[in-house]
Structures are given as structure tokens and as C-alpha cells.
Design a protein around this ligand. Structure first.
Ligand code: FAD
Length: 434
């Protein structure tokens, strides 16, 4: 039997589920399709789920700041209690170190001023007082452990930090996605799992439907590609993969869980840290542990991956950010057999996502999330819903980009910023920090 929907969203990760929710709440008959058995099982399930606002661009920070308000009021955002449980936002604060390489975070400070994002500038003395276990000498720029100078100081001191007290993390990204699924269903949207999208169909130059599992057809005038690391494969099905100026690539990211170094006092803060001097980040986790991974140093390079066939085992390279972290935290225990997670980032040329229509009318893109769009997803769901509704109503988004109002922070941004055909944004950090 052929079924009809107003929009089909390919993917039920955090981005696809948020888009389903955004459209269903605006009265659209939606269907999210995912090949997994439930929502949030793709790359979202591996997310470190850090919620931070220090991006290099106003638009990137604004979207993250709007997202933060949703995480802070998660039950209100979802609007109904999920019987499976509600994800929690843990507001630990995010401490980011100033380095020459990150411009001493001057851009991020000025963007925070512009958007009213609270922050505190921390001197090295303050860092030493609050985190007495830390070595505050300078080690950067980050290098591999095999390098001759590894472990030697490159300066007497780091250069201070910025604390963003409203930052934190979501304790369970898969559950948060399920919460969005429940919110979507409460608004009349539907989900279908264990279903593979195998073909995109067109009629007279626009989307007309799709084929799932090789044979079954589903009619729909609008399709949104939210397939995460598989997004290029889906764009290929629609014949638009090579039609955007901004391209995407798939790379591996791995991180480990380590015992937390002993506290110097019971009230020592449990910040999320971005230490650009050593090129490692940390996030507190359950059971007195921390998660750590690489910020992506030049020395480490990238590991491209095939989303249908990649190695989920930790590589030896995962030791690099741990060794570097041990420079900052000398009492850090380094396990003989580290355990952790390997998953994929769908990275754009400038590490800024593509939220746009495509060259095929009716086919939309929410792709290239570049390892940094978990936190923004609640806002992205609304943004994409407004974009689809405007374009389907005839707005010429190419010539007259939609202006999207972020209602919680009272700021309007041009969605031309996320265009598939933008010039590579030279103000990006060209890293996961974007
Ligand atoms: C290791 C890691 C750490 C991260 N840390 C952070 C962080 O700290 N903070 C942050 O903000 N962001 C972080 N991110 C990024 C963030 O998690 C991602 O941007 C986000 O989860 C992507 O969501 P998505 O819904 O686009 O993709 P996914 O969750 O991958 O969902 C895509 C879905 O599409 C489905 N699909 C694909 N092809 C098909 C098909 N043909 N038919 C049917 N279904 C299909 C897949 O099964 C999948 O479920 C991290 C990402 C990773 C991998």
C-alpha cells in the first residue's frame, strides 16, 4: 500500500528527530525513517554531548546559545514526560584555555559580549587556585608523543582561560533523541524503524517520494536528508551530491574514559575543559571518570572512513590526547587497556553545517554537522522546519535568504550563513570547535 506524508525525514538521530518535531509541531504530517531499531542509534549515540557556546562565528554561537536554553529547560522543550525517562543537562561550566593559536579567545569573547553569553576571564593564578592539581606550564603547540620535545615546557605558563558557566553536557544523547521522538509523536509525527531508504523518486523535476527496503514506495513531496555520516550517500540517491559548493567528508573520532585524577579538595570543580595548549578536551562522566579526546591537532591529521565499513576499535592514536592530558594533570592514571568509543563525524569544508534546500526542489539538507551540532539540534529542528515551510511556500531562499528568529535569545540570523553554496567561511577555526 502506498502511504502519503507531507515530509519524510531520512534519519532519526538528534538532528532528524528535532526536524520531525519542528515540522510536526507546525502541523505537518511527518515520517522519520531510520534503518536502526530505535531513535538516536547512529552517530548521536556516541556523542560526547557537550553543550558549549564558544564558536568563532556569531551565527554558530547564537545557534548553540539558543540550544543551551532548550537543554536548560528540557522538559519544557519536550512538553511531555517520556515514559522511558528524560535526558538530563548537567551544567558543569566549560573552561577553555587561551592560546596564541586560538587568538586568546578574543573572537569568542567578543561574540559572547554581542550575544549576552555569560563568561568569566580566569587568570593563571585563579586556575591554579581552583585546580591545584593542574600543571600550569605551557606545553603547546601540541605535538605527537614520539617527538623529541614531547613533555618539555615551551613556556613558563599558560595564558589564562575563559569560563562559560552556562555550558555543560547532556548525560544521555540517545535518550535525549528518544525524548524528541516522543515530542514529535505527541504532535502527530510518526517514526518508522528497521527501514532502509534505497531510492529517492522524482517527478517533473521535483521530489515525489522514496523507495524503502528496495521495493516499497512512499509518496511525499518533501524529503529532508538528516542521515549523518551517510548523508552523502542519500544525496547521491537524489542526484545532488556533487551539486553543492561546500563538500562533506566522513572522518573517525575516538575518545576514552579514564579514572578522574584525585581531587585536591571536595569542592574542586568538575568543569568540561578545552585545553588548546595540549589539544585535548575533557568531560566529567559517571563513576568518577572523565572522557577525553583530541581537539584535532595538526600533528594527528584526520582518518577518513567509510560509514558502511569502519573500524570501531580504538586505535593507538587515541593514546596521544591522553599523554598530552597527563602533562596538564600529572596525577592522571593511564590505563594499560583504555576503553572508549569510536564513531564518525560528517565534516564540511569549514566545519560549519549545511542547513539548506538543494538543487532538487523538495529535497533539503541538514548535513555536515562536523562533530559539533548535538547541542544545537533543538534549535536546528525549528530552523529547518521554518526553512522547509518558507521554501515550499515559494520563498526564493537562494536570492533572498530566510531570516530565522532565535526566539529564546532574541536574535535573528540569516540562514544564508548555512548555505550549501557559501564560500568557505575563513573565520572558522577549521576544527571541531568551528
Ligand atoms: C564521537 C562524537 C562526539 C561528539 N561530541 C559532540 C559534542 O560533544 N557536542 C556536540 O554538540 N556535538 C558532538 N558530536 C556531534 C553530534 O553528535 C552530531 O553532529 C549529531 O549527533 C549528528 O546527528 P544526526 O542526526 O545528523 O546523525 P546520526 O545520529 O548519525 O543520525 C543519522 C541517522 O540516519 C540513519 N540513516 C542513514 N542512512 C540511512 C538510510 N539509507 N536509510 C535509513 N536510515 C538511514 C542512520 O541509521 C542514523 O540513525 C559528536 C559526534 C561524535 C560522533
Amino acid at each position: 500500500m502506498t502511504k502519503t506524508y507531507e515530509a519524510v525525514i531520512i534519519g532519526a538521530g538528534i538532528i532528524g528527530s528535532a526536524i520531525g518535531c519542528g515540522l510536526a509541531r507546525r502541523g505537518w504530517r511527518t515520517l522519520n525513517i531510520d534503518r536502526h531499531s530505535t531513535s538516536g542509534q547512529g552517530s548521536t549515540s556516541s556523542s560526547v554531548a557537550i553543550v558549549r557556546t564558544h564558536y568563532s562565528t556569531v551565527e554558530g554561537s547564537a545557534l548553540a546559545w539558543e540550544g543551551t536554553q532548550c537543554w536548560e529547560n528540557w522538559l519544557d522543550h519536550i512538553g511531555t514526560e517520556d515514559p522511558v525517562g528524560m535526558a538530563e543537562f548537567r551544567q558543569t561550566g566549560v573552561l577553555s584555555l587561551k592560546t596564541e593559536e586560538n587568538g586568546h579567545l578574543e573572537k569568542q569573547i567578543s561574540v559572547s559580549d554581542e550575544l549576552g553569553i555569560p563568561y568569566e576571564e580566569w587568570s593563571v593564578q585563579r586556575i591554579a587556585d581552583k585546580l591545584p592539581g593542574w600543571e600550569t606550564k605551557k606545553f603547546g603547540p601540541p605535538i605527537l608523543s614520539a617527538h623529541d620535545r614531547f613533555g618539555q615546557h615551551t613556556g613558563p605558563s599558560i595564558e589564562g582561560a575563559v569560563l562559560f558557566p552556562r555550558g555543560g553536557y547532556c548525560n544521555d544523547p540517545r535518550l535525549a533523541t528518544h525524548n524528541l521522538q516522543v515530542a514529535t509523536e505527541a504532535a502527530g509525527g510518526t517514526f518508522r524503524f528497521n527501514t532502509d531508504v534505497t531510492s529517492v523518486q522524482t517527478n517533473q523535476g521535483r521530489v515525489s517520494g522514496l523507495i524503502v527496503n528496495g521495493t516499497e514506495s512512499i509518496d511525499c513531496p518533501v524529503i529532508i536528508n538528516a542521515a549523518g555520516p551517510h548523508s552523502t550517500r542519500i544525496s547521491e540517491l537524489a542526484g545532488v551530491a556533487d551539486k553543492s559548493r561546500i563538500t562533506t567528508r566522513v572522518i573517525r573520532h575516538e575518545y576514552v574514559r579514564l579514572p578522574r585524577p584525585e581531587r585536591s579538595s571536595p569542592d574542586e570543580p568538575d568543569f568540561i575543559t578545552f585545553d588548546n595548549d595540549i589539544g585535548s578536551y575533557t568531560r566529567p562522566d559517571l563513576g568518577n571518570t572523565i572522557l577525553t579526546g583530541s581537539e584535532g591537532t595538526e600533528a594527528e591529521g584526520e582518518t577518513p572512513a567509510d560509514p558502511d565499513d569502519f573500524d570501531r576499535n580504538l586505535s593507538n592514536q587515541v593514546l596521544e590526547p591522553i599523554y598530552r592530558l597527563a602533562q596538564r594533570m600529572p596525577t592522571l592514571g593511564i590505563p594499560n587497556s583504555p576503553s572508549g568509543i569510536v564513531d564518525l563525524w560528517d565534516v564540511s569544508d569549514d566545519w560549519i553545517p549545511i542547513y539548506d534546500r538543494s538543487d532538487l526542489p523538495g529535497f533539503y539538507l541538514a548535513v555536515g554537522t562536523s562533530g559539533n551540532q548535538f547541542k544545537t539540534a533543538p534549535a536546528v529542528g525549528e530552523l529547518m522546519a521554518e526553512l522547509v515551510i518558507a521554501c515550499e511556500a515559494g520563498q526564493d531562499h537562494e536570492r533572498d535568504p530566510l531570516q530565522f528568529h532565535l526566539s529564546r535569545i532574541g536574535r535573528t540570523i540569516s540562514l544564508g550563513f548555512f548555505s550549501r553554496n557559501r564560500a568557505v567561511n575563513s573565520t572558522s577555526s577549521f576544527s571541531v570547535l568551528a
